[in-house]
Write a protein that binds this ligand. Structure first.
Ligand SMILES: [Zn+2]
Length: 97
């Protein structure tokens, strides 16, 4: 099964683990059916460019981790990201002074 074949089946709602490549579907639903992303997200993933796909993979991975009881912080947590950037910027300033 090629990546594209696996992707098409996944979009149709049939997540199948790619045994040949040992690769999960983007949302890992082949191994955890509860994680199957809604149809609109599956279609959006198929039509997305590499950057958007990567960001969606991050979201899917976050859901998997959350399901396993981990606390997940994503780039959606804007305030936190801004605070991290501010810390980094002030560290950089200190280094150049
Ligand atoms: Zn899998």
């Amino acid at each position: 099964m090629t990546y594209e074949e696996q992707l098409d089946l996944w979009v149709e709602g049939k997540p199948i683990h790619n045994k040949k490549r040992e690769e999960c579907c983007p949302d890992f639903s082949c191994c955890n059916i509860d994680l199957l992303a809604p149809l609109d997200e599956r279609i959006a993933f198929k039509n997305a460019n590499e950057d958007v796909r990567l960001s969606m993979l991050g979201t899917f991975l976050g859901r998997l981790l959350e399901r396993q009881g981990h606390e997940v912080i994503t780039s959606m947590d804007e305030e936190l990201i801004n605070n991290l950037k501010r810390d980094r910027d002030s560290n950089n300033k200190r280094r150049t002074q």
